[in-house]
Design a binder for this molecule. Sequence first.
Ligand code: COA
Length: 163
Amino acid sequence: MPDMLVKLYNLDDDWRFLAELKKRGISVRKPIGPEKHLIVQWVSDKFGPAWASETDAALANVPRTCFVAIKKAAIIGFACYDATALGFFGPVGVDRLHRRKGTGKALLLACLLDMKLKGYGYAVVGAAKDTDFFKKTVGAVEIPGSTPGLYHPRVKEAQSDIG
Ligand SMILES: CC(C)(COP(=O)(O)OP(=O)(O)OC[C@H]1O[C@@H](n2cnc3c(N)ncnc32)[C@H](O)[C@@H]1OP(=O)(O)O)[C@@H](O)C(=O)NCCC(=O)NCCS
């Protein structure tokens, strides 16, 4: 899975996609403090502990570097940046039942425009799984030689051999 580069300076500063999604009952916004444990748990349940750790890290940043998609008071998607490394976008995930309706793109754009406002020129999509999604939505290009990238080697689960 390669890393991908996104030119933030080429993105339109146009947040109307949020209003479009709202018409379909979906809000994309930054979480507030009391929601932290619910979001981390949801990401863990749907996408596993590593993505939950990254989300936890993004939610510990000030200001938070995470957006969630909410429908009828339930989480249906999330996206983070500056979670794995500064300038990195990801992880992002949408509940299977709610995919292909524009939510993933809205979460991606919210994060990237937030990064742009902070002054970043480029974003790196870390270890992109769905490369076609990032190519299509924001013109991301694969970074040569980026597999395996920053994510390896990682600390393994601790053995219970203390003492
Ligand atoms: C990738 C993911 C976040 C996309 O979310 P989504 O809500 O289904 O995406 P959207 O509906 O906003 O799609 C936006 C556009 O990208 C296209 N698209 C979505 N997923 C795609 C994919 N896997 N490959 C190619 N195109 C894709 C859509 O058809 C849509 O195109 P359109 O604007 O012409 O209609 C979602 O599939 C997901 O959660 N996947 C599992 C987790 C994952 O792999 N995350 C990425 C890790 S790098």
